[in-house]
Design a protein around this ligand. Structure first.
Ligand code: SF4
Length: 213
């Protein structure tokens, strides 16, 4: 019910974010569906690339890793069953991939990207290392401003990741962030990208659908 009104609202927000992201130097694409978003991502990956993938539910929800592997593209990703040492090595290798795929924890309507990480491998790759970065963002991650974005990044993305990783942090029983100092937590590093980093080609694909958390 009222789907047309909700869609119109999301469309207005996506268009505002796209315009602001472009003005901040991010090459931005608007997609109306998951299928369209996936197609845009696949077209942005040159043949023969080595592709690194960050810890991202959005990229997995779009089944992009499987699609790349099916096409014979080498993918470096650490959401596999390996030892902690091997996982660290995979994350280091991903920093020198040709193309890096991730989402963002929040994107503001004035075109800023907000990300929170445990070890910082994903945010490092978004800023420097891979030649091209592709960030896929569902409409559910758009926020009015930085303040709202940081609240979202901690209280939605942070808590959901703590639940996903089965951490014993306060938020996994409370349902919201108390900015704990727990050694086992997915939110040590907070990075705000106000503009495109100088030496990285950053593409942002906005999707008029809910994706990730
Ligand atoms: S800082 Fe602590 S309480 Fe907040 S989201 Fe992260 S793990 Fe949860």
């Amino acid at each position: 019910m009222f789907e047309d009104i909700k869609n119109k609202l999301h469309e207005l927000r996506i268009n505002a974010a796209a315009k602001a992201l472009e003005s901040n130097g991010f090459k931005t694409y608007v997609s109306l569906s998951r299928a369209e978003a996936k197609e845009i991502v696949m077209k942005l990956i040159p043949e023969g690339s080595v592709v690194g993938v960050g810890g991202s539910a959005t990229i997995r929800e779009l089944n992009i890793v499987e699609e790349l592997e099916r096409r014979g593209i080498k993918v470096i990703h650490h959401w596999v069953k390996v030892s902690p040492e091997e996982s660290l090595e995979i994350r280091r290798k991903a920093l020198t991939s040709d193309v890096y795929l991730s989402s963002s924890n929040a994107v503001t309507l004035d075109g800023k990207l907000i990300n929170i990480d445990a070890s910082g491998n994903r945010v490092a790759a978004l800023m420097f290392g891979p030649k091209k970065v592709i960030i896929v963002v569902g409409r559910n991650k758009l926020t009015r401003n930085l303040e709202e974005g940081l609240l979202r990044a901690r209280n939605i993305a942070g808590v959901a990741n703590a639940i996903r990783l089965n951490y014993k942090t306060p938020c996994t029983t409370l349902g919201y962030c108390v900015e704990c100092k727990n050694a086992e937590k997915p939110c040590n590093v907070v990075v705000i990208m106000e503009r495109k980093p100088s030496n990285t080609d950053v593409h942002v694909v906005l999707v008029n659908d809910d994706l990730g958390f």
